[in-house]
Design a binder for this molecule. Structure first.
Ligand SMILES: Nc1ncnc2c1ncn2[C@@H]1O[C@H](COP(=O)(O)OP(=O)(O)OP(=O)(O)O)[C@@H](O)[C@H]1O
Length: 274
């Protein structure tokens, strides 16, 4: 038996200090045809925690994100957002309930400026969709919020640059700005630093920490430097199950995790003093 505490929440254990978990998976399963890909995943994430989901290729990490964000419907089990069951809800409904997922760059409008992209994401959350008059009254608030976001993601000097003309790293920063612009409290990021240089990655980890302060963050990540730099806790997914969920130190020391997945990359991290 491994030394790590594997989180297996029960029906009684859905509360943390009197509050519902920000996100909870209960015996979640997903089949594609006859093949079971997610095989009873359990996870309970407290509000404000930063979680990295790691695991070997094909373990089911993206499928978990697709289930949580409503792109796929679970075959069985439950997904709870702030204690509310969200199984079968549409992605936009889940988004309105406070969960936002970033896709790699696809949320960006390439022909709009940085400012316009951010303002679009803010306007949605302020309710522009309901009426033109409300839209006008919200415009001032939206402009202010878009300016704040621009400052936060470090793109204020690129205010009027069309998104298509930004560098790759700047586009990823804009993507993060758009993802948080709607005011969601639970943020899902899919390999946020993929394709970046080492120095861009280091900078980006700090940026993600800053902009997700006080929010709940789940990120699927392959880069162990990012995982150990960013995460309060690591969820290790192997063959459709969460085999460990604990602090980076505890996961790093866990024999079962090393055997199942991390192996030499963890040893390398330790040797490197990370
Ligand atoms: N829509 C689908 N239909 C059928 N099989 C699928 C579908 N989506 C994913 N799979 C299968 O589910 C398994 C898990 O895939 P998934 O993309 O979730 O893994 P992953 O852990 O994200 O892998 P990677 O790290 O390589 O991105 C794979 O065997 C994949 O082929």
């Amino acid at each position: 038996m491994s030394s790590i505490a594997i989180h297996q929440p029960t029906a009684q254990a859905t509360q943390s200090a009197g509050k519902p978990y920000a996100l909870e998976l209960r015996d979640l399963r997903k089949n594609f045809g006859k093949t079971e890909i997610i095989r009873g995943a359990n996870l309970a994430v407290n509000a404000g925690e930063r979680i990295a989901i790691i695991g070997p290729n094909g373990a089911g990490k993206s499928t978990l994100f697709n289930l949580i964000s409503g792109r796929f419907e679970p075959s069985s089990g439950d997904i709870l957002l702030h204690g509310q069951r969200i199984n079968g809800q549409k992605p936009f409904e889940i988004n309105r309930m406070g969960l936002s997922r970033s896709f790699q760059i696809t949320n960006i409008f390439p022909k709009l400026s940085v400012f316009e992209n951010l303002r679009c994401s803010v306007l949605w959350s302020l309710g522009y969709r309901y009426s033109f008059w409300r839209f006008l009254s919200n415009l001032h608030d939206a402009n202010e919020r878009a300016n704040e976001l621009m400052e936060m993601i470090g793109l204020h000097r690129k205010r009027d640059t069309l998104a298509v003309n930004l560098t790759y790293a700047e586009q990823r920063a804009l993507e993060i700005g758009i993802t948080i612009g709607g005011g969601a409290s639970v943020i899902l990021l899919d390999e946020p630093t993929a394709g970046m240089s080492n120095s861009e990655t280091a900078h980006f980890i700090q940026l993600i920490k800053k902009v997700t302060e006080g929010k709940t963050l789940l990120t699927v990540e392959h880069d162990m430097g990012v995982v150990f730099g960013l995460a309060d806790k690591i969820a290790v997914v192997v063959y459709g199950e969460v085999i460990a969920f604990d602090t980076p130190q505890a996961v790093r020391a866990n024999a079962r995790v090393q055997e199942a997945y991390l192996g030499s990359s963890v040893a390398d991290q330790q040797a490197g003093g990370h």
